[in-house]
Write a protein that binds this ligand. Structure first.
Ligand code: SF4
Ligand code: SF4
Length: 352
């Protein structure tokens, strides 16, 4: 079988595994490495020290996996109904969770499917060296996916496909096969649009393709440890885990497909849960309900911290204030401080 026919067969098989995009890139990212180094030098990665620790490895696949010559890049959709997202965002007593985190943690599912894809290739060509990645090791996955023809990197720094938008996960297979690269997709379709920059609640997109993570609500509610800087708390609104605003306004997402993966369906009614219900979860309940979910990663203390901020941004009610008063006595000083801040916000609104 010639190489083109083989790659067509692999691509077709990838579709049966649920991957909606497939491409191949050369394992070189020189320009992106310079962009990464500049971003790190300016401290715009915040507390994500792992980004700096593995900076070179991210941009040079062969440092992570010696012998890597080509990278197979795939994507899997997780799109949901955008109207429902807007409705939850506008309901200040409800919790907004980033759409990617509503269902089962995608890492495990995608890794299994990528392994199945690698095994399929092995069944076709025999033994070859490979490593599958889904956020599991340092890699510039968006740049690799762009080079593999899966889209362009938008001004909000997510990858966009002109026919399917940006609601998708990315995964890679680093291989020691010298595969022909897929042609680059047309770039620069953002044009003069600035919708994502304009809507960002915390002005985190400081320039096209430049995100200051320290200002981004996704970073602040998931990665950031300790106290959330007060200047961002009101802007966080009811977003308790991540933020999607820049993707929700992106015009290209009118072409996004709603996912067909049962594992990505919202669990625990997280697409419409009330702040108070979630704030009432004990640690044991948090651990039980978030088993197999990306939300576990934030930990119970950050979960309560984020909910306290969101309740402080809700309408004042006796239920909200009672729940906050109770957390003002929490063992953890971060929870106490955020609950006190939130209580002050609600009290101030009552006085207006
Ligand atoms: S995720 Fe939210 S906070 Fe972060 S850049 Fe996008 S709109 Fe801004
Ligand atoms: S909202 Fe506009 S500028 Fe931002 S990524 Fe989408 S097309 Fe590009």
């Amino acid at each position: 079988m010639d190489c083109t026919a083989l790659l067509d067969k692999i691509k077709t098989h990838s579709r049966t595994l649920g991957f909606t995009g497939f491409g191949i890139a050369e394992a070189r990212l020189d320009a992106d490495q310079a962009h990464l180094q500049d971003w790190l030098a300016k401290g715009q990665h915040g507390q994500m020290a792992y980004m700096a620790r593995h900076g070179d490895m991210r941009a040079q696949p062969e440092l992570l996996q010696p012998g890597t010559l080509s990278v197979i890049s795939v994507r899997m959709d997780y799109g949901t109904d955008p109207e429902q997202a807007w409705t939850t965002l506008a309901s200040s007593d409800k919790a907004y969770v980033a759409r990617y985190a509503l269902g089962r943690d995608y890492h495990k599912l995608m890794r299994q499917r990528l392994k199945q894809l690698a095994q399929f290739i092995e069944s076709e060509i025999g033994f070859f060296g490979y490593r599958v990645l889904v956020d599991s090791a340092p890699s510039l996955e968006r740049a690799l996916a762009r080079n593999a023809g899966l889209g362009w990197i938008g001004k909000h720094t997510c990858l966009i496909d002109k026919d399917e938008g940006s609601w998708f996960f990315l995964g890679e297979i680093y291989t020691d096969l010298d595969l022909p690269g897929t042609s680059l997709a047309p770039q620069g379709y953002c044009g003069t649009c600035t919708r994502c920059i304009d809507i960002c609640p915390t002005a985190a997109i400081i320039a096209p393709n430049r995100l200051d993570a320290r200002r981004c609500i996704s970073y602040l509610t998931i990665e950031h440890q300790g106290s959330i800087p007060e200047e961002f708390r009101k802007a966080i609104g009811n977003r308790i885990f991540g933020c999607d605003d820049c993707q929700l306004v992106c015009p290209w997402n009118k072409f996004a497909k709603v996912h067909a993966e049962p594992d990505f369906t919202a669990r625990n009614r997280l697409d419409e849960a009330s702040l108070l219900d979630l704030f009432a979860w004990s640690e044991a309940e948090f651990l039980r309900r978030t088993e197999g979910s990306a939300i576990r990663r934030t930990g119970y203390i950050n979960w309560l911290r984020n909910l306290a901020v969101a309740i402080g941004n809700a309408e004042p009610s006796s239920e909200h204030m009672d729940a906050l008063r109770e957390k003002c006595n929490h063992d953890d000083p971060v929870i106490r401080e955020h609950a006190q801040w939130a209580l002050q916000q609600l009290t101030a609104k009552l006085k207006i």
